[in-house]
Design a protein around this ligand. Structure first.
Ligand code: AGP
Length: 607
């Protein structure tokens, strides 16, 4: 996933581009570059690695001009290098192009263009698009792009400038990855992510798949692939620039962990009538016939969002008795799933742009399922292909490791379960709702333990292997805790059903392998205690997340992280938080790049 940004108007372009790239660095940071068309030339500065390197180069190479493009790259074709950094120029240096996505037929196109005499200087699929557009350019840049689009296969969003345009202009096209515009007075902006434009506005226009646009200082012309003029509404984001900044925390991830009381509150606020015991949503309104038709649910997601789906299975099955399947986006569509109109499919995605999840959602819808999205980004692709959306109101999540998006996904799934229960005529009891109201305070109570958790990581941050154990509704939290640790600290960690430990992983137990276990609630507490006895009997060292006092755990908890007890169905929201803090502080002690872990990107918009 890459970040693209563009500007045309009356300001100096480069400062606008750098501000946007800074806010999108989490989308990829293998290389970065900018281009400004000037006096018949395409002045380009690129740098491998993080954005700071580009900023350093720009201090030496002034780039005056009021039109330009900027790009931060997450490598898909061609290793991270300056040679493969965008913007890409065509072989005749007439145009420069930046791109997010994958051109699946780029090799075929490249060979055809090479046969026509076009030369290439990079390994990228993007350069193929630049040469293709240039080969079709007969004076009108938008027309050249329109002619190129039908020849491209894959998912892409790109922006292009040309030295041959009669006035400064940018032409963009979207087919997959997101592209937003800001239509200003005498100036126009574009970016992959609305967060990049927060310095300038909160009113953005989301392009749809197949849309093109020509941006000139005086205005924007929107058109479909056939060139017919179209209209797209402007959406006001409820984010503000401060919210998207770090708020005084050392890392975005830590800020976002601490955002969780508010994020959880914001996600159920306005959707629960505690007096009447009713659930309602602003972007989801199922009819009685819809509720009656639902015989099964399919929850589709990747990574952390998949873990939320695994918790969602427990919530929905317990509260509605409707069977739920949970599957990885990357697996679902290739296993020929059994889907029909009796299935309610729900795509769970923070970004709403994860290609694997989108593909699964499309497959479910094509097979007749009713399709919903649980998503954190207004107007993202997952929300556009769905018939209804439950937005998580976590605010922008910048850290690559998902935290507040996860806990708010759990809230959204809990509300969905109650909504389905209500729709099937089953009563909502007071105990279904009272737990929600207390969650923000309970999360805040856990956050107050951060110093103790940070201190605990002094003992464990050197460990290279961890085992995370959970049972029942907390088994997915063991998976999530393990994922958090491994993706930001690069320590290996494995989440496992606690009951399964004796069927293999117990062979690993010794004093070198810290075991993190979740022992909360009533249903399986004693069973987890037995598993911890097995760990202790083999000399293992345990870190236990529990809602019980130390004396209730006997001698099985070498280190205890106490959490408040809430409704058993909501306890996963609480149990996640100490594991997020543990992973964060281990990573900090290991000197890892917490917000931008190696090899990762915030949203994987390629399959
Ligand atoms: C979670 O910390 C990871 N960043 C990753 O697993 C992520 O959850 C996954 O890529 C899905 O992203 P999405 O929620 O934006 O679809």
């Amino acid at each position: 996933m890459c970040g693209i940004v563009g500007y045309v108007g009356r300001r100096e372009a480069v400062p606008v581009l750098l501000d946007g790239l800074r806010r999108m660095e989490y989308r990829g940071y293998d290389s970065a570059g900018v281009v400004v068309p000037r006096n018949g030339d395409l002045v380009t500065v690129k740098a491998e690695g993080k954005l700071d390197r580009l900023v350093t180069k720009l201090a030496e190479h002034q780039l005056p001009g009021s039109c330009g493009l900027g790009h931060t790259r997450w490598a898909t074709h061609g290793p991270p290098s300056e040679r493969n950094a965008h913007p890409m120029l065509d072989g005749r240096r007439r145009l420069a192009l930046i791109h997010n996505g994958i051109i699946e037929n780029f090799l075929t196109l490249k060979h055809r263009l090479m046969d026509e005499g076009w030369e290439f200087s990079s390994d990228t699929d993007t350069e193929v698009v630049a040469n293709l557009v240039s080969s079709l350019h007969e004076g009108d840049l938008r027309a050249a792009v329109a002619r190129a689009l039908p020849r491209l296969e894959g998912m892409f969003a790109f922006a292009v400038v040309s030295v041959e345009s009669p006035q400064p202009e940018i032409v963009v096209a979207r087919h997959g990855p997101p592209l937003v515009l800001v239509l200003g007075d005498g100036e126009q902006f574009l970016a992959s992510d609305p967060a990049a434009l927060l310095s300038f506005t909160r009113d953005v226009v989301f392009l749809e798949n197949g849309d093109m646009a020509r941006l000139r200082a005086g205005g924007v012309e929107l058109s479909d692939a056939a060139g017919a003029a179209i209209e797209r509404p402007s959406v006001r984001l409820d984010w503000d620039p401060i919210q998207a900044e770090k708020g005084g925390f050392k890392h975005f991830m830590l800020k976002e962990i601490h955002d969780q009381p508010q994020a959880v509150q914001d996600t159920f606020a306005g959707r629960v009538d505690f007096e009447e015991r009713l659930i309602g949503f602003d972007h989801l309104d199922l009819a009685a016939a819809d509720f009656a038709a639902i015989e099964r649910l399919h929850l589709l997601a990747c990574g952390t969002s998949l873990h939320a789906g695994l918790v969602g299975k427990f919530l929905i099955e317990e509260l509605t008795r409707i069977p739920v399947e949970v599957d990885y986006g990357s697996e679902y569509r290739y296993r020929d799933p059994i889907v029909g109109s009796e299935v309610l499919a729900v795509g769970i995605s923070q970004s709403g742009e994860t290609a694997d999840t989108l593909s699964a959602m499309e497959a479910a819808r094509a097979a007749g399922a009713k399709l919903l999205a649980i998503c954190n980004v207004v107007g993202s692709q997952a929300t556009r292909i769905s018939e209804g959306v439950i937005y998580t109101h976590a605010g922008p999540e910048i850290g690559v490791a998902s935290t507040k998006a996860f806990t708010t996904q759990l809230i959204a799934l809990y509300l969905l379960a109650l909504y389905l229960r209500q729709g099937r005529g089953l009563p909502l009891e007071p105990e279904h709702l009272v737990g929600l109201a207390h969650l923000p305070l309970a999360i805040a109570e856990v956050l107050r333990q951060e110093p103790a958790i940070a201190e605990l990581t002094k003992t464990f941050y050197h460990a290279d292997d961890f085992l995370y154990l959970g049972r029942g509704i907390n088994y997915p939290i063991a998976l999530e805790g393990a994922l958090k640790l491994k993706e930001i600290s690069y320590s290996h960690a494995e989440g496992y059903p606690a009951g399964e430990m004796k069927h293999g992983p117990i062979a690993l137990i010794d004093e070198e392998l810290p075991v993190v276990a979740i022992a909360t609630g009533e249903r399986v507490f004693d069973k987890v205690l037995s598993n911890l006895q097995e760990v202790k009997a083999r000399g293992g060292v345990s870190i236990v997340v529990s809602d019980r006092p130390r004396e209730a755990l006997g001698d099985v908890a070498d280190h205890l992280l106490t959490v408040p007890r809430v409704d058993e169905l909501l306890q996963p929201v609480i149990n996640t938080v100490p594991l997020q803090l543990f992973a964060y502080h281990v990573a900090v002690r290991r000197g890892a790049d917490v917000d931008q872990p190696r090899n990762l990107a915030k949203s994987v918009t390629v399959e």
